[in-house]
Write a protein of this length. Structure first.
Length: 108
């Protein structure tokens, strides 16, 4: 099996709107298809988590503005994101945008 290759993207990418993460769906599928311990899998996993981090950071800042601790909220959200990335199964997320599936998976 060949090792996964990291996609090349600009270092600073602005993600906007509902479809701002669609370009990462192939990376998620590649990650799901790559066995644990395969060369390059850890780097691809880190890349996917880093790219999806604004899905956690932005809502946690809004909640923190209401008086709760932003750092604790973001930490809990990142844990949920990591769990969702690790559990992702392209076959089980049919019909749902990944961000929606991610929120549901992270809550479990």
């Amino acid at each position: 099996m060949h090792s996964p290759t990291l996609p090349t993207r600009p270092a600073e990418r602005t993600r906007d709107g509902r479809r701002g993460y669609d370009d990462l769906i192939p990376d998620l599928h590649q990650l799901a298809a790559t066995p644990d311990g395969a060369p390059g899998r850890a780097a691809l996993r880190d890349h996917v988590i880093t790219e999806f981090r604004p899905l956690v950071r932005n809502p946690s800042r809004r909640v923190a503005a209401s008086g709760r601790g932003a750092e604790d909220i973001e930490r809990a959200g990142m844990l949920g994101l990591v769990k969702a990335v690790d559990r992702y199964d392209p076959g089980s997320a049919t019909g749902a945008r990944w961000a929606t599936w991610c929120r549901a998976s992270a809550a479990r």
